[in-house]
Design a binder for this molecule. Structure first.
Ligand code: SAM
Length: 348
């Protein structure tokens, strides 16, 4: 019957794939096989060996392969109090503000608001006298609506895919939420001063509508873009920061972040540097087997200071340079990390 149909149409219904397609399918198949075999070997390696120089290099090699063969896609996954050392540094910055000053923060890729409310909770507790203005942006209208409402079911977070409350103690939950009928609702005092926006972090218009802010937090979304797109987006996000302000950026390919930081002459902030890098267990745990996995902090690298910094002081007196990523040069960057830039109650 099939032969009759073929003869009738005078064409093969399933033409054989082109030779190029066959070769690339075979290569993909072989790489997957190779990675699966190596995953078994990696699991058997004692933890202490994984932390040695050769162990780290082996992990980095596997992670490069994983990145090469993984399609990127966006996720909304987030947690309340996701990275505590990062909040400690934000409070340190807030603490240097003058009495009654205004502190402007932009949070891009804010997902369902867990990160934004965590920041507001930490800073308001540390410095209740400050006028805190937060602009929160996400590209998804659906999550921005959830964030604005600030009402979360206790049981399941379908859209988010993670237990957003798992890093909170009972006492922290009581401080942040009102609980009723299976729903956790953000308390009114935490909502004050927050403006929610649907927007693209890479849109140059965003800088115009938000205005330059003292601190920009841009976490865990650039790793879900292809590296060239992430690099372009990161450069645009940095323009949201006022000269001398701070950029918090984690969850991004480390080579991309290092390249942009060096080229743009950002100053890595040394405070809590290692603690912040290690401060989010989920991304550290996923290395080297997920493209978003974060490599362990390796102090033997000459460029560790700039490679593992997640917080930078940007702009100010520094000018963009043509410096290439050069390990020896990078380590000589000035590390004055001045945290005293935000001190005027009448911010320009
Ligand atoms: C994994 S969540 C990260 C949430 C939060 N920043 C955190 O660290 O927990 C990534 C979020 O980035 C958002 N996103 C992706 N691309 C974006 C873009 N170009 N502009 C703004 N938001 C974006 C997604 O909609 C998603 O909600």
């Amino acid at each position: 019957m099939i032969n009759e149909l073929r003869a009738a149409n005078n064409t093969a219904p399933f033409p054989p794939p082109a030779r190029g397609v066959q070769v690339s399918t075979l290569r993909r198949h072989m790489s997957r096989l190779f990675l699966r075999m190596n995953e078994r070997m990696w699991q058997r390696l004692p933890a202490v060996l994984r932390k040695t120089g050769p162990g780290l290099r082996y992990g980095a090699f596997l992670h490069d392969l994983v990145k090469l063969h993984s399609a990127r896609r966006q996720y909304h996954g987030t947690f309340f109090l996701r990275n505590r050392p990062e909040l400690d540094l934000l409070c340190t910055i807030a603490d240097r503000c003058e009495e009654g000053a205004t502190l402007r923060i932009g949070v891009v890729a804010c997902s369902n608001g867990a990160e934004v409310y965590s920041i507001a909770w930490a800073i308001r507790a540390a410095r209740p006298d400050l006028k805190l203005i937060v602009h929160a942006v996400d590209i998804s209208a659906q999550v921005v609506e959830i964030a604005r409402e600030g009402k979360y079911p206790v049981e399941s977070q379908e859209l988010i895919g993670s237990d957003i409350f798992e890093r909170l103690s009972e006492s922290e939950k009581r401080q942040m939420f009102e609980y009723q009928d299976g729903w956790m609702t953000i308390k009114p005092w935490l909502r004050e001063g927050i403006e929610w926006h649907v927007g693209d972090a890479g849109d140059p218009e965003l800088a115009r509508s938000l205005g330059p802010v003292d601190v920009v937090v841009a976490n865990k979304f650039l790793c879900h873009m292809n590296p060239p797109d992430a690099e372009q987006c990161l450069r645009k996000v940095a323009r949201l920061v006022r000269p001398g302000g701070y950029l918090f950026v984690s969850g991004v390919d480390l080579d991309v972040r290092t390249r942009v930081a060096v080229h743009s002459c950002w100053t890595p902030v040394p405070d809590f540097l290692e603690e912040i890098h290690e401060g989010d267990v989920s991304v550290r745990r996923d290395w080297p087997w997920r493209y978003w996995g974060l490599e362990p902090f390796d102090r033997t690298r000459k460029d560790w200071m700039i490679r593992y910094a997640s917080v930078f002081q940007v702009g100010g007196n520094t000018q963009p340079s043509d410096t290439r990523v050069d390990r020896d040069k990078v380590v000589t960057l000035p590390l004055q990390a001045d945290l005293t830039g935000i001190d005027s109650p009448h911010h320009p």
